[in-house]
Structure formats: C-alpha cells, structure tokens
Design a protein. Structure first.
Length: 423
C-alpha cells in the first residue's frame, strides 16, 4: 500500500512539465499589450519634459536680451549687442545702404568704437550666436522694428522716467489717419443731411479742427486686474449734420494688467485742435479713476502745421479728474497724477528758442471743483524735459538650437526652431 502511494507521488512529480512554448509566447504577448501603453506614456512624458526644459531655457535666453535692451535707447542697444562679439548684422532689406563697411548696415567704427547709424527702413536684423543658458547654447534671430513708433511715439518730449515698460505702461497715439477717417464720416453725414435741402454740405476739410473732442479715460478693476479704456467722442456744434448724427464716438480697451505687473503710467499723444480756446474749449480730457488706482497720465501735444508759435499761445484744453465715490471723498487729495506739455510752446521749441515755456491755460476740474479749489488737491505738472527719441521700439526674437544659423546665406534652419517671443 505504501509502495503504491510512493509510485503515485513519483508519477505526479514526473508529470510536472511546466509551460509549453505556446503558453509562454501567449504570456509574453499579453504582457506586451499591457505594458506598451505605459511605456509609450513614459517616453512621451520624457520627450515632453525635455521639450519643456528646452523652451524654458530658450525663453530665458530671450528674456536676458530684453532686459539688457530695456533701459537703452535704440542706438545704444544695438551697439551693446554688437560689442558682445557674437552678434552679426543681417541685411534683409536690400534697399538699405550699408553704413560704411560691407558687413555693417547700422553701425560704423569711427576709430573710438562702434557708432549707431540709422537706416531708412527703420528695421534692423541680427543673428545672436551661442547665447548661453545653463551651459546650453542657442542661436537667435533678432528683429528690431521702429516703424510704428518713430512718428507716433518718439516725436516730442514724453516721459519723466528713464524707461517705459509696456507691461506696466499704456501708450496710445491719436494719429492723423484716425482723425481723417472721422472727418470723412462727418462729411458723408453732411452730404446726406443737405441732400434735397438748401445750402452746401461740409467737406472733410471743413470738419478738421472744428469738431469738439471729448476723450474719456476709465481706470477700473476687473476682478484682481486693472483695465484702462478710452472713449473718444466727436461732436459737431454747427448744425452741419442731422441732429441725430451730430456725435460720433469710439471706445477701445487700451490696457489690461497681467496679474503680476500693476498699471503705472498712461501716455496719450495727440495733435491739438487749435480751435480749442478760452471760452470755447474743444479738447476735453476726462479721467475717471473711482477705484483710486495709483498711476499717472500724460497728455502730450505733438507738432503739427504752420504758424505754430501763435496757435500754441491761444490753445486751451480742459482736464476733468473724477475720483470721488461720495460727497465725503470730494475734497480728498488726488491719487492720479496729471502731467502734460501744455506749458510748452511747441512752435518756439521747433524754432530753436532756448525758452519755449508758456502759461498753462488748461481748465482743470477735480471731483466737480474748479479753479484753485481743484488744483490745490490735484497732482499735476509739466513733463520733465527728458527726450524719448528712439527709446520706444518693438523687438522680435526667434530662438533656435545651436548651429541653426548659416552664415553663407544668412538663414536659420527652421527644423531647429524652438520659440518666438515679442516685446
């Protein structure tokens, strides 16, 4: 009996032959099916992290260039780039004449060092090679563009500060193109109004400098952010259009803070309406800051037309600042700073006279108060004479991996492109 039991146990051990090849292959196939998605996720995550790290470093390389250029005027900034030794000037616009050397188009060496030379295009291109971030090198294609700013923002003395940061500051210019479109609109309205009536319709030229302009700046919170909007309203006061069409207005958002940088200054550049005089003020600036955001606003006249000195003498603007939410706040000291070049005669300045100051005849009101009752509570004054010429320009940086630049044809390998940033 015991012998039979032993044989049975022996046979059981002997029959334990393990997995067959088919079973093993089936197990491997199942394991591969299960593991493959996880392996793909790991590879994707690794590639994503690598890409994110590369973009972050490339962004840091671009931000370093922005920070170096931010406090500098255009010429000083370009010279500072060229003096680094790894910067090449690029001739993208074939109409630009070289500044004096075959490989330089906006700088020349005058014997004491590099000197900036403006070109007619207003656009400058550079290859910045081997920019280093954490021991990783990048090639950068830089475009510096002054075209939108030279005429609109760099004409007159502008600031009481040494730098302008568009993350904190608002820049808006009321251009002649914008104004001309308004005059043309009123001319069309006048034509409709006089159709079938006696009299002649007014032309766009007739409306130029004869419309009353009311410019209302509203500074207000939007959640935790700050928004600045502008409404410009034009009014015909001479019955040259239908009564229902005597006013034309346009509202736009000029600024919305990013949650990190707070509003600092608002700059409004414009050509005066020289029909705006004492007793008939046609340029009116309203500033509504009921949330009492601590900021400054600059009203900056721009040079326009002939016989400027005499017209500047009679020009009068109106500035109305409102901050009070209740009667009890009416006599609080103003939070908003108001600065302008109203006390400067642009005609005398253009003529080269040393003294081009004039009496500021602006009509100021604050929370409905007028005269000295208003001005004693306001923060207002003349713009400090600090030229802004060539300080404001836009920069576009395209960051590539190292060795993307081909110096034979001044191109970059787009397969090595990483990120593009504007400022």
């Amino acid at each position: 009996m015991k012998k039979k039991a032993a044989l049975t146990e022996f046979n059981r051990v002997k029959d334990n032959r393990g997995f067959s090849l088919v079973e093993l292959l089936a197990a491997i196939a199942i394991l591969a099916i299960v593991v493959s998605p996880f392996l793909h996720s790991f590879i994707t995550a690794a590639n994503t992290n690598s890409r994110a790290r590369r973009v972050m470093q490339a962004t840091a390389a671009a931000e370093d260039i922005f920070e170096r250029l931010r406090p500098l005027q255009l010429g000083d900034g370009i010279v500072s780039l060229m003096e680094r030794g790894n910067c090449r000037e690029l001739l993208i616009n074939e109409n630009v004449t070289p500044a004096g050397e075959s490989d330089r188009f906006c700088t020349v060496n005058d014997g004491t060092g590099l000197r900036f030379v403006k070109n007619d295009s207003g656009v400058y291109y550079f290859a910045l090679l081997d920019e280093d971030v954490d021991s990783t090198k990048y090639d950068i294609f830089a475009t510096i563009d002054t075209r939108d700013y030279v005429d609109n923002y760099n004409s007159e003395e502008l600031t009481k500060i040494t730098d302008i940061d568009l993350k904190k500051d608002v820049l808006y210019t009321l251009t002649s193109d914008t104004e001309n479109r308004v005059y043309a609109e009123f001319a069309d309205r006048s034509s409709r109004y006089f159709a079938g009536r006696s009299g002649s319709p007014a032309t766009a030229t007739d409306f130029a400098n004869s419309l009353k302009r009311t410019m209302t700046f509203t500074i207000e919170p939007v959640g935790i952010l700050t928004r600045v909007s502008l409404k410009i309203e034009y009014t015909d006061e001479f019955s040259r259009v239908a009564p229902t069409e005597k006013t034309y207005s346009k509202t736009m958002e000029l600024y919305l803070s990013d949650g990190t940088n707070e509003l600092r200054n608002i700059y409004f550049l414009y050509t005066p309406n020289y029909d705006s005089r004492s007793g008939s003020v046609k340029d009116i600036f309203n500033v509504l800051n009921y949330s009492k955001v601590d900021c400054n606003i600059f009203f900056v006249k721009q040079v326009s037309g002939t016989d400027l000195a005499s017209r500047e003498t009679t020009y009068v603007a109106g500035v109305n600042l409102s901050e009070a939410n209740s009667t009890s706040e009416r006599y609080n000291t103003a939070v908003t700073g108001i600065y302008s070049n109203f006390g400067q005669n642009l005609g005398k300045k253009e003529a080269g006279l040393r003294d081009y100051t004039q009496t500021d005849k602006t009509v100021y009101t604050y929370n409905g108060l007028t005269g000295v009752s208003a001005t004693n509570l306001m923060r207002y004054g003349d713009i400090v004479k600090n030229e802004s010429v060539s300080r404001i320009y836009s920069i576009n940086l395209k960051v590539y991996q190292k060795d993307a630049y081909n110096d034979e044809d001044n191109t970059f390998d787009e397969d090595k492109f990483i990120i593009e940033i504007d400022n």
